[in-house]
Design a protein around this ligand. Structure first.
Ligand SMILES: *[C@@H]1O[C@H](CO)[C@@H](O)[C@H](O)[C@H]1NC(C)=O
Ligand SMILES: *[C@@H]1O[C@H](CO)[C@@H](O)[C@H](O)[C@H]1NC(C)=O
Length: 217
């Protein structure tokens, strides 16, 4: 199956409503900021999962979803590939401006992409997040996709209330550092996967879910 990134991104947008309502079930009531209350003022990326020109970023009009699209975040396994091809990483450093009097927290993340995993293969995506200044606490999200599976996966990880990172009321702009790693583990010899140029596991979209609150006083 060959799906262009744009196609699975569109599919993902259709699924967003479901994901959002699933998350809001576990969250306190959210105060949605007006449009223009949050902006990404700069983004820099590095590492082999997101070479220049292969990543896009956007923020939803209501400020509750920060979305990254990847074209090259693919891991390979099989004849002709080295063990290093089983892992890729991307470090994103961004500056986020938001209206004073509001604060936001990271509620969780959703990952989305194509996979063709044989039995015994697991594709894992994990991210760490650091918000500066604000918390020195590190938040992490992770999902595992276990074979056999062929298709488009959509998986979310919701942060426990105690491990959410919170932006300060008067701290704008903040720096958000996101390190994401995509990896493939197999219990079996590489009998398939990677014979053609199609990657057995890819990250296409990483979406961060943000919850907003109005500051007291
Ligand atoms: C975000 O950018 C828009 C357009 O430039 C601007 O009107 C708005 O004030 C900005 N908001 C913040 C919080 O920086
Ligand atoms: C994913 O798999 C790894 C390795 O088996 C495990 O340590 C981790 O807890 C799993 N994560 C999730 C979210 O299931």
């Amino acid at each position: 199956m060959v799906l262009a990134p744009l196609q699975f991104f569109c599919l993902f947008l259709l699924e967003q409503a479901v994901v959002a309502s699933a998350l809001s079930g576990t969250s306190p009531p959210l105060i949605l900021p007006r449009a223009n209350n949050i902006n990404i003022t700069s983004v820099t990326t590095q590492d082999n999962g997101c070479p220049l020109g292969s990543i896009s970023s956007s923020i939803s009009p209501d400020g509750t979803a920060l979305t990254f699209g990847f074209d090259q975040f693919k891991v390979y396994y099989g004849p002709g590939y080295t063990p290093a091809d089983k892992t890729k990483q991307c470090a994103i450093a961004m500056t986020v401006s938001y209206r004073s009097g509001y604060s936001f927290e990271l509620l969780g993340a959703t990952y989305h992409g194509p996979a063709q995993l044989d039995s015994g293969m697991t594709g894992t995506v994990s991210s760490s997040y650091v918000l500066t200044p604000a918390s020195d606490a590190l938040a992490r999200t992770q999902v595992n996709n276990t074979g056999p599976f062929t298709g488009i996966y959509t998986k979310s990880d919701t942060l426990a209330t105690s491990s959410r990172i919170l932006a300060p009321c008067q701290g704008s702009p903040v720096q958000l550092q996101i390190n994401t790693r995509v990896s493939l583990i197999s219990r079996n010899a590489p009998v398939s996967g990677g014979f053609d140029d199609e990657a057995p596991f890819s990250l296409g979209v990483h979406q961060l879910h943000l919850g907003w609150s109005r500051c007291e006083g």
